[in-house]
Ligand binder design. Structure first.
Ligand code: BGC
Length: 993
């Protein structure tokens, strides 16, 4: 094929792919994706960009500088930064100076730190003819920049004084741009252009005007704000026939997120519609009953915002505008009259209008929302049909699938919704510095505020910032004490701005962004707002909890609530690791370990099924489940990817959802094939994964460094095989079933031979370097999985249990050399999920209770004693004595993984446990295990299943005996297993023992 022809074919294919979305779904028929043909730019919130200047020096001049990152409001107010600066106007910026005489291009950081002027890099550009036109270019991504001169890359430079990469508060944002020349120097700037950092590199701002700069007597410095436009607002006006309406339905979705308003009222009660997905594969839409909202003359408005389509939504700055660079909406309303007639309204460029002057100046998941209440939408013009052509990024590859591949695109009706779950009211306010008011919501939460403001001046600007914690009163935090700790929010700006229109009462509720926070700082007001006017809108995809738990230990009760709160905050359209920092991603390891708790806590069948679709959508063609879904990529490995197997299995056991297994089976199978063909070392037979950076083990386990990671991989692989075997049987795939059965037996034996000293029952190292083969591992995290997944049986199992108990009862030393008391939780994300269950399954609930009720670090309750209202990423994310222990960056206060103990509270402490032989609770097991140590004296709670409410409680009486009470719902039966008693079959009814 000639290159020309090949090129033609390629372009044709891209074009056809762009058209594909129109033909692949019927719900919208002839409706069109519509939006705005103009890009907007909010420069103060843009941390990745490409900027270029075409410059020419006057014959007698040899120096000029171009500027960006100027007048960042955070640097102009000491309260808004921890760099200890408060710059005046035009005092802070990044300066790129061209020095023709010395043949150098220098990058300076001005006013960002107390050093004031810092030369960051000086590049040699060689001899140039200064009076020719030259192009200076900077490609900046979360503060890491490349400098280019005349298209030639000179090198990289870190501009961010906080640190390199996404783990830090991001500087610079594009902010103000401009130029500077010294007295007597003259130059011409021909063209200034700002484009997106990520392909397709849309131009966000361009000034082609020729600017002559320079003054004989004085230096000239000029900075200006290149921002323009707002988030697009669409509208359509339509009339209905004058006859009774039978029903009216609006079907809608967006690239980005949308909020539709019909005749002044919001359509539906959900937030962030259409929700996240791997949009180039599965795009969800909503259907709303709008029958009662219609009149004869109707006005439909649709506000768009970036959501998960564009803007920031992963830890990597290069993923900005991940799915595309333009927002769009598609909708179709069908109005049926009583007489069978109908009116249909669809999104069409000629009947819809768009404006780029909405009140929502900017709204992004990570950056926050900027809302200008002075704005009245005007400048309406015809909406633009938005094809994908020219708007799709071409990056991707490896375990991160390309997002411009629409070859298997589908539209699906959404089965989950993010809704308002609770409203909180601030519990107190502190003026931490003059005019800086910090409101405490009393609870770490995810959502957004609803703030009522009275009698503001027109144009008055309020700034809202959000934090999970404040700097505690410890010497190392100096003058920051009491103020917001934002370092752990990292590169997400998480800041809202409200501009008042001067009305006597205004309400700000930025529902097109999402914040994870407990504290809100409000500045820009003369008087503090009453706490009752600062509300917290807690949103979640979880409608209600199906389980509840209460016991005599108040700290355990708080732990339970913390698990619930972290689940609410991290089940927002996708199961995230955390809801606050520049991450909020569908990390597979986290949902894998938390899934058993999740399915008990709430009905998350549809939610997890949607998530499994995302796992399939990002599965590589070779079968690997990536560590993050949607999006793909990551650096976990088998312990993460196994979520593609463990999660549907949990849904099967809990909800008897056979469909999730049926639709996911081929993907599960492909994953096992992938592991088989890629993860094994053929010489040692060990499951070594791909030996890439990150092959993660017992993540954040305090002794993870002492473990043999391959032991964990192998154990999980065995668990996966066991699930595959059972799933294959269930689905009638007999050949597969025997294949998995065989493999399972083989690998169990391999495990025993490799990782266990049969004499002592001690875990030992394999030949996986750098481990000394055969030497004991003997840490908690090495015993849990072989016991949890029934890899060892009989007397050997007993030996392992004893070893595990020994590891728990003894004092241990962390990898960092910290001495921990007996009954410390030394396990990481992976093995914490199973440790209590393993103890109970092997007759050692007493040890499980000791571990659970340990209050010293490291333990589940330690964070509770330190004031936790959610589950923390680390068991010492914060301590009264050591603050954040130096972990100011990777330190989330809302990470459900360690909360995986929730399942044990329901399944073992209360003893409400599914019967794996009869999934979905048709028949279940009641096996409460009261605390034999005597510390917990009662526990009670319930679990709602589709059959009704199962109740269980126990109480230790003064004479040491235990009383029990159970309720078995109508149409249900249970097997009761009480300590030291024979099993009893219970039919529906209430029982006291
Ligand atoms: C996330 C985790 C995740 C991990 C993988 C972290 O940044 O927050 O919870 O599983 O990366 O290492």
């Amino acid at each position: 094929m000639s290159p020309k022809y090949a090129n033609y074919m390629k372009r044709l294919l891209i074009y056809l792919m762009a058209l594909l979305p129109y033909f692949s779904y019927a719900q919208f028929e002839d409706a069109r994706w519509i939006g705005s043909d103009q890009y907007m730019l909010y420069a103060k919130y843009l941390p990745q960009f490409r900027i270029s200047w075409t410059v020419q020096l006057d014959k007698k001049s040899d120096r000029l500088a171009v500027l960006f990152g100027g007048n960042d409001p955070r640097l102009m107010n000491r309260n808004m930064n921890i760099l200890d600066v408060e710059d005046g106007k035009d005092e802070s910026f990044i300066k790129v100076q061209l020095d023709a005489a010395s043949g150098r291009m220098e990058v300076w950081r001005m006013g960002y730190t107390t050093k004031r002027e810092e030369l960051l890099k000086s590049f040699d550009i060689g001899a140039i003819n200064a009076s020719d036109s030259h192009v200076i270019e900077i490609h900046c991504c979360l503060g890491s920049a490349d400098a280019l001169f005349d298209g030639r890359k000179l090198g990289g430079v870190v501009l961010n004084p906080m640190g390199k990469g996404g783990d830090y508060i991001a500087y610079p944002q594009l902010s103000n741009i401009g130029y500077e020349v010294e007295a007597g120097q003259h130059a011409i700037i021909h063209n200034v252009k700002v484009s997106n950092y990520r392909s397709p590199y849309a131009v966000l701002y361009e000034d082609k005007g020729v600017q002559k700069i320079g003054n004989k007597k004085m230096a000239v410095r000029k900075l200006m704000d290149p921002s323009h436009g707002t988030m697009p607002l669409l509208r359509c006006q339509f009339a209905l026939k004058q006859k009774p309406i039978k029903e009216a339905t609006l079907t809608a979705t967006a690239r980005g997120i949308y909020r539709a308003t019909l005749n002044g009222k919001q359509v539906g009660a959900e937030y962030y519609a259409p929700g996240i997905s791997q949009y180039n594969k599965t795009h969800y839409y909503q259907q709303y009953d709008v029958t009662k909202m219609l009149t004869r003359e109707n006005h439909l408005f649709v506000q768009l915002a970036e959501g998960w389509w564009a803007g920031g939504m992963t830890f990597s700055g290069g993923n900005w505008n991940y799915f595309g660079d333009q927002l769009a909406f598609i909708g179709r309303m069908v109005v049926r009259y009583d007489d069978g007639d109908s009116t249909i309204v669809t999104t069409q460029p000629d009947s819809w209008e768009v404006c780029n002057r909405s009140k929502v100046t900017y709204a992004s998941m990570f950056q926050g929302e900027v809302y200008d209440n002075t704005m009245t939408a005007d400048g309406w013009r015809n909406a633009k049909e938005m094809t994908l052509e020219g708007h799709l990024p071409s990056e991707g590859g490896g375990t991160q699938p390309k997002v411009n591949d629409y070859s298997s695109f589908r539209m699906e009706k959404a089965t989950t919704q993010v809704r308002l779950r609770k409203k909180l009211q601030a519990v107190n306010m502190n003026e931490v510095r003059p005019g800086v008011y910090v409101y405490d919501m009393g609870q770490n939460m995810a959502g957004f505020p609803r703030v009522t403001m009275r009698n503001l001046r027109k144009g008055q600007q309020l700034t809202f910032r959000y934090a999970e914690v404040l700097y505690p009163d410890l010497p190392e935090y100096g003058n920051k004490v009491g103020t917001l700790m934002l370092e752990n929010i990292r590169a997400a700006m998480a800041q809202d701005i409200f501009v008042s229109n001067g009305d006597s009462c205004e309400v700000f509720s930025p529902d097109m962004t999402l914040h994870g926070y407990r504290y809100i700082e409000i500045t820009g007001i003369d008087q503090p707002l009453p706490v009752s006017d600062v509300e917290g809108m807690v949103v979640s995809s979880i409608n209600h909890f199906t389980a509840d738990f209460e016991c005599s230990n108040p700290l355990v009760n708080r732990l339970w609530q913390n698990i619930q709160w972290s689940m609410l905050a991290n089940f927002i359209s996708l199961p995230t690791d955390c809801p606050q920092r520049n991450e909020r991603m569908g990390w597979s390891g986290d949902i894998s370990v938390f899934s058993r708790t999740a399915v008990n806590m709430a009905d998350v069948d549809a939610f997890l099924r949607k998530h499994m679709q995302a796992m399939r959508d990002v599965q590589t063609p070779e079968g690997r489940f990536p560590d993050i879904a949607p999006i793909g990529g990551g650096f976990g490995g088998l312990l993460w990817g196994s979520a593609g197997i463990t999660v549907p299995w949990e849904c099967w056991l809990q909800y008897a959802d056979r469909d999730i297994l049926a639709e996911h089976y081929e993907a599960m199978k492909a994953y096992i094939d992938y592991v088989d063909s890629h993860y094994f070392d053929t010489t040692t037979g060990l499951l070594v994964q791909e030996r890439q950076w990150g092959d993660l083990g017992d993540w954040l386990g305090l002794e993870d460094g002492k473990n043999d990671k391959t032991l964990l991989f192998e154990a999980y692989y065995i668990y996966d095989l066991d699930i595959m075997r059972q799933t294959a049987i269930l689905l009638g795939k007999n050949a597969d079933a025997s294949r998995y059965e065989h493999r399972l037996r083989e690998r169990k034996q391999f495990f025993i031979d490799t990782y266990i000293d049969q004499e002592t029952g001690m875990t030992i190292f394999s030949a996986f370097d750098p481990n000394p083969k055969g030497q004991p591992i003997d840490i908690q995290g090495s015993y849990v999985l072989p016991l949890a997944f029934n890899i060892v049986e009989g007397p050997l199992r007993q030996k392992l249990v004893e070893r595990l108990v020994d590891c728990i009862e003894r004092e241990n030393t962390t990898d960092k050399g910290f001495r921990c008391p007996s009954y410390s939780l030394m396990t990481g994300f992976i093995t914490t999920a199973w440790i209590s269950r393993v103890l109970s399954d092997n007759g050692r609930s007493d040890v499980a209770y000791r571990l659970l009720q340990q209050e010293q670090y490291p333990s589940w309750l330690y964070p509770v004693t330190q004031g936790a209202t959610t589950i923390w990423e680390r068991l010492n994310s914060y301590t009264h004595t050591a603050g954040f222990s130096g972990n100011n960056s990777m330190n989330s206060f809302n990470h459900y993984s360690f909360g995986a103990v929730g399942q044990w509270l329901i399944n073992r402490c209360l003893g409400i446990e599914r019967d794996e032989a009869k999934p979905g609770f048709q028949h279940f097991i009641l096996r409460p295990e009261p605390d034999s140590t005597g510390k917990m004296t009662y526990a009670r709670g319930h679990l709602d299943t589709r059959y009704g409410r199962i109740e269980s409680s126990w109480q230790r009486n003064p004479d040491g005996t235990v009383s029990y009470r159970f309720v078995v719902p109508e149409g249900n039966s249970a097997t009761l297993l009480l300590p030291d008693k024979l099993p009893i079959e219970l039919k529906s009814g209430t029982y006291n023992f």
